[in-house]
Design a binder for this molecule. Structure first.
Ligand SMILES: C[S@@+](CC[C@H](N)C(=O)[O-])C[C@H]1O[C@@H](n2cnc3c(N)ncnc32)[C@H](O)[C@@H]1O
Length: 276
């Protein structure tokens, strides 16, 4: 069957509407063309009447089969953008979330104000936080990660983006030598009890990157204690929408002088800042 690019795009948008809401389907359709096929809007304006080669139709058919099962587009594509940089992602890593930019912005602000020289990203995953901070400051960056698969992806991203980072495999700050400096982390913070109600796409991400015991609080609480004991000047954590109050109390209880919460654009608790 022959088909023009113009018709092919319309058919793809219709197929995506079969399992995504219409706005999401349009946005994904554009991403599939631009990110997946490398065909820009201006290329489409000039070549919309060209015929689509069979291998392109096969490739998109394969993406559609995978996407219909709930597999996220970033895993199908193999990369995702964060702060304008392209990061490799695999099923071993969490897909970068836009909210994490707020954590990076807060870390830049606090780190510059405190004139830190060292910084560690705990639970680095694909390395988005460590790489962004390494490339946007002159701090010495370290990163820790429990999952060897994720750590391999983070190393590759750092190498490809030219970021100098000391990577350490292990739990929280345990494998990181002194001085740790500013501690930044987007650790798992989802309550395991919420699992049945979550979006089906999340089932494709590693559960060890999403869930933490004690209603999602266990790792954040443990890191606040460790970072304080390791003389960090500040600890910044990405947190769950309703975890601010409890984690501020934990921070003060573990010896931090001050603790405050920044909210995201939706008005949810998102970043905890604990200061020594
Ligand atoms: C929510 S993901 C965040 C990944 C990345 N920092 C980001 O923002 O996209 C949490 C990461 O923490 C790692 N992790 C879980 N428990 C850990 C622990 N005890 N010590 C270090 N890393 C851990 C997971 O493997 C996962 O890569």
């Amino acid at each position: 069957m022959t088909q023009t690019y113009h018709q092919f795009r319309l058919d793809l948008a219709t197929a995506l509407t079969g399992f995504l809401d219409p706005e999401e389907a349009q946005a994904e359709c554009s991403r599939w063309f631009e990110e997946g096929l490398g065909l820009s809007r201006s290329w489409m304006s000039a070549h919309g009447a060209d015929l689509v080669p069979v291998e392109v139709r096969r490739k998109v058919g394969d993406w559609l089969r995978r996407r219909r099962t709930g597999e996220p587009w970033a895993y199908i594509l193999g990369w995702s953008l964060f702060r304008g940089r392209r990061f490799k992602v695999t099923p071993d890593t969490l897909i970068p979330r836009p909210e994490t930019e707020l954590l990076v912005e807060a870390a830049l602000e606090v780190g510059r104000r405190l004139k830190v020289e060292h910084c560690v990203d705990v639970g680095t995953g694909s390395g988005i936080i460590a790489v962004s901070l390494a490339l946007e400051t002159d701090w010495q960056l370290a990163a820790s990660e429990l999952s060897p698969g994720a750590l391999a992806v983070a190393r590759k991203n750092a190498e490809q983006l030219g970021a100098a980072i000391q990577f350490h495999e292990g739990s929280l700050l345990n494998p990181v030598p002194d001085p740790v400096g500013l501690v930044v982390a987007n650790l798992p913070y989802v309550d395991p009890a919420d699992q049945p109600t979550l979006q089906r796409e999340l089932a494709f991400e590693p559960s060890s990157a999403l869930f933490a015991p004690d209603r999602g609080l266990a790792l954040s609480t443990a890191l606040l204690v460790q970072a304080r004991a390791r003389k960090s000047p500040a600890c910044l954590l990405e947190i769950g929408a309703d975890q601010g109050g409890e984690l501020c109390r934990s921070a003060l209880g573990s010896g931090w002088r001050k603790a405050m919460v920044h909210q995201d654009f939706a008005g949810h608790d998102r970043v905890l800042v604990a200061l020594a």
